[in-house]
Design a protein around this ligand. Structure first.
Ligand code: C2E
Ligand code: MG
Ligand code: MG
Ligand code: MG
Length: 293
């Protein structure tokens, strides 16, 4: 088409084109970042809301950008998934997390368990369980120190049977299995009881402001009850305030992961963060307020 004689669809295709170009650029940069080890893992503590004791850590990928600070995973993980780069990225994360776990064990830091996010594409790879087993062996990490988090998205486009098979293989290896962002997506309620998860992470949306809204609290409580009845360890995601933290204690969650304790930080900062948090509990009476259960 001539200049100035643009067809109507150009109005729509131009931004789409821009988006595709931006995605391709991101993919190129991400691939390079992966190759040159620019991607880092940060760790976010999970603590029990009764005494604030460490019960585990989640590894979260960080991509530092020269001028933009950190590029949020929610911006590049979907692109990595679309392009398949997530397979390499996922293995990198698994390696780094196992390396860190081995290091912590040798230095005498009792981190309990390290959680790693697994994307659906990675999860469905042939031999994923074997790969996990080999990685654990490479770094000398006992299987029960590793927890693999998947979201309800693993059920999209995949039969329940296949998901169950993969989970069962992973269970045989002895790794912990966690259902992440529970309640935020495609609901797996009908077969949750048949899947070998040990842990349920309640999506942050349910805890946010639940200490200030009766109905939100009831919904939160119901989800905790559901997880409990299935014998799962319950982690509440996204506790940001003393009120939300206290609510998770009142409803007997096994753990919380949220800014109230700490954001994700470099491995070297973890112990200081946890100590600071535990000290702060002693000075913050509002953190132990009883809420109506
Ligand atoms: P996620 O697995 O549900 O991880 C929890 C996210 O919530 C993290 O965001 C964490 O920083 C954030 N968060 C924790 N506490 C709070 C809080 O109190 N308030 C708020 N507002 N947010 C909180 P992050 O690191 O930006 O990661 C976002 C998502 O990107 C993750 O959600 C996960 O789905 C994905 N992701 C991160 N790292 C990896 C990875 O290594 N592999 C894969 N496949 N996905 C990853
Ligand atoms: Mg997660
Ligand atoms: Mg989550
Ligand atoms: Mg998420």
């Amino acid at each position: 088409a001539k200049e100035g004689d643009a067809p109507k669809y150009k109005f729509f295709s131009a931004p789409l084109n821009e988006r595709l170009q931006a995605e391709m650029l991101t993919e190129t940069l991400l691939r390079a970042a992966l190759k040159t080890h620019q991607l880092q893992l940060f760790y976010q503590p999970q603590v029990c809301p009764q005494q604030g004791k460490l019960i585990g850590l989640e590894a979260l990928i960080r991509w530092p950008h020269e001028t933009r600070g950190f590029i949020p995973p929610n911006e590049f993980i979907p692109i990595a998934e679309k392009t398949g780069l997530i397979l390499e990225l996922g293995q990198y994360v698994l390696n780094e997390a196992c390396k860190q776990a081995a290091h912590w064990t040798h230095s005498g830091f009792d981190f309990r368990q390290i959680s790693v996010n697994v994307s659906p594409l990675q999860f469905r790879q042939t031999n994923f369980a074997k790969t996990v087993k080999r990685t654990l062996q490479t770094y000398g990490v006992p299987a029960n120190h590793l927890c693999l988090e998947v979201t309800e998205n693993v059920f999209v486009d995949t039969s329940e049977k296949l998901v169950l098979n993969i989970l069962s293989e992973l269970q045989k290896i002895g790794v912990q299995l966690s259902l992440d962002d529970f309640g935020s997506g495609y609901s797996s309620l009908t077969y949750l009881h048949r899947l070998p998860f040990q842990e349920l992470k309640i999506d942050r949306a349910f805890l946010t402001h639940a200490d200030r809204h009766e109905q939100k609290e009831q919904l939160f409580q119901a989800i905790v009850g559901l997880g409990r009845s299935l014998g799962l360890r319950i982690i509440a995601e996204g506790a940001e305030t003393a009120g939300e933290y206290a609510l998770t204690a009142a409803h007997r969650c096994d753990g919380i992961q949220g800014y109230f304790c700490s954001a994700a930080v470099p491995a070297g900062d973890i112990q200081a963060r946890i100590s600071a948090f535990q000290r702060s509990l002693g000075h913050k009476p509002e953190a132990t307020i009883e809420t109506s259960a």
